[in-house]
Design a protein around this ligand. Structure first.
Ligand SMILES: Cc1ncc(COP(=O)(O)O)c(C=O)c1O
Length: 400
């Protein structure tokens, strides 16, 4: 039996998550006693706010949470998601149109699985979050990358989308604020993209997980608020992970048209059933509770963002568009490639990231994880002192 026939073609084609891989390598080196600083992880370094943790502790003591509950989620949580959508996005949704998932990641896979067939194409603005192409491919469809570089602020235009459209285009992936670039589409840009999708009958999968992490006065624009007529062909993805420092609790959701939510719920009922009830109760506390700690975390991210942009901009060969959302900086490192660094030459951003890890003991994620080479992603969701030390080491290494 050859190895290719042992693992299915479908799963054999999936690449490991590059971001988790970088994070794991950095953590392993740290565990081995190396003073590694990791910019790889996409998660807040803060603990989950105490009132959320308390709600979970209480829930764990209540036997009603020790049982299976409806696969689509606790009714109270679906109501809280509908209320939160009204509060934050300004439009009404029926709680029955919500499916609670094990993190936003499961929502991504289920959204694509629910609408795609082999032969379908999904327009994927690049740089993109590393999970999207895997989810599209696993659903049998083809991602069609549309690249927007640092020169255009990592924001694709309607003209670019139109150039990529074919008769097989089924959906557009829209993520604003963006992982990995931190770019935020303006209200006008969002509206124009939504109207283009509506005109051509293209589904929109909109990932709104970074909606609360905005800086410099940038505004989050829910695409369904701008183009309500898209409601029948839009799936909204979201979750509590990034806003409430709850990456480990694994609660996300998808919201969309009844037939799609029903199909995805049927799928989830066989795959994972309900999300852990304790986590769902914690999510209810998060979504219905005060937002002051969320604001305090945002202020801390903003401070770190400014430090990071300033320090990265001082590196010869790094071009650093100022991120306006999420917690990532995405410098272009193209002009830093091809030089000799301690006897080694990096011709790609993957090679540069490897040299930075080996020589400066700093972990960054190469652009290859998110699209073309020539970029690196650094999360600024880490302590101020570590951030300054880590970027300082990169500065020193590249200045040698
Ligand atoms: C753009 C985006 N969407 C969704 C997710 C999913 O997050 P989770 O599965 O932790 O809810 C992430 C996490 O990195 C993300 O960056």
């Amino acid at each position: 039996m050859t190895s290719s026939s042992r693992v299915s073609a479908r799963l054999g084609a999936i690449a490991p998550s590059a971001t988790l891989a970088v994070d794991a390598k950095a953590k392993a080196l740290k565990a081995a006693g190396r003073p590694v600083i990791g910019f790889g992880a996409g998660e807040p370094d803060f603990p989950t706010p105490a009132h959320i943790v308390e709600a979970a502790v209480e829930a764990a003591r209540d036997p009603k949470n020790h049982r299976y509950t409806p696969a689509a989620g606790l009714p109270e949580l679906k109501q809280a998601i509908a209320d939160k959508t009204k509060r934050d996005s300004g439009y009404e949704v029926d709680p029955a149109s919500v499916l609670v998932t094990n993190g936003g990641k499961q929502a991504v896979f289920q959204a694509f699985a629910a609408i795609l067939d082999p032969g379908d194409e999904v327009i994927l603005p690049a740089p993109y979050w590393t999970t999207y192409p895997e989810a599209i491919t696993l659903a049998g469809a083809t991602p069609v990358e549309v690249f927007a570089g640092a020169d255009q602020g990592y924001l694709v235009t309607v003209e670019q989308l139109e150039a990529a459209r074919t008769e097989n285009t089924k959906a557009l992936l829209f993520c604003s604020p963006s992982n990995p670039t931190g770019a935020v589409y303006s209200q006008e840009q969002t509206k124009a993209i939504g109207e283009w999708a509506l005109e051509h009958g293209i589904w929109v999968i909109t990932d709104e997980i970074y909606e609360h992490l905005l800086y410099d006065g940038a505004q989050f624009t829910p695409i369904l608020r701008e183009v309500p007529a898209l409601a029948d062909t839009t799936i909204v993805l979201n979750g509590v992970a990034k806003t409430f420092a709850m990456t480990g609790w694994r609660v996300g959701w998808m919201q969309g048209p009844a037939d799609v939510i029903e199909a995805a719920t049927n799928f989830q009922s066989h795959l994972t059933s309900n999300v852990a009830n304790v986590s769902q109760r914690a999510a209810i506390a998060a979504l219905t509770g005060p937002m002051d700690e969320v604001e305090a975390m945002r202020v801390a991210f903003d401070r770190r963002r400014k430090t990071m942009v300033e320090m990265l901009s001082a590196i010869d060969g790094f071009q650093v568009p100022v991120p306006q959302g999420a917690f990532y900086a995405y410098p272009s490192v193209e002009e830093a490639l091809g030089r000799e660094i301690r006897g080694k030459v990096a011709n790609t951003s993957a090679e540069l990231a490897a040299i930075i890890l080996d020589e400066a003991e700093v972990a960054v994620v190469p652009g290859e994880a998110f699209g073309p080479s020539g970029y690196v992603r650094l999360s600024y969701a880490l302590a101020d002192a570590d951030l300054a030390e880590g970027v300082g080491r990169i500065q020193a290494l590249l200045a040698e």
